[in-house]
Design a protein around this ligand. Sequence first.
Ligand code: CO
Length: 198
Amino acid sequence: MPEELIRRNREWSERIHSKSPEYFAGLAALQKPDYFWIGCADARVPANVIAGLEPGEVFVHRNVANVFHSADLNLLSALQFAIEGLNIRKIIVCGHYGCGGVNAACKDALHGDGLVDHWIAPIRRLRQTHAEALAPLEDEASRDRLAELNVLESVARIAETPILGSAWDRGLPIEIHGMIYSLKDGKLTLLQSVSRPG
Ligand code: CO
């Protein structure tokens, strides 16, 4: 019920305000996050919570299975604003084990409604590209590895955007970090860091 959310919001707002009366005024005056987080929309992987960050500390874009589609205007706009508007220099792509989108891409049968299958097509393509490496793995290990490959793929695709190319050409010290989160123990693992190629 929305009333329940409003009630929880009021409690939260009052709790913060009573601890720190200047808290909301400070946040309202300035947005200056250090990180741009691209993650999965899964309800179990909220960026601020799992990274231990407060409101104001991370700019966030989430979609199903943290896929980077090269023509995704939503993600590209957020990426450009993160770099040019917010002066963020650390980009995090975070996937997670047990990802429903990755698991769906592991099945031969299509999901059924078309649009989700279209969305996760890049993960299916990755599965085919890496079929030889994935074949010897058990089912769960294979899905876990595909989740990692999906993160590495998104990192590579972000790195090749003209947005990053232009930023790096101007000497901006931007780093892209690929991470994976485990639902089983709540831990993040760093898979890869990319700074200016070459
Ligand atoms: Co997911």
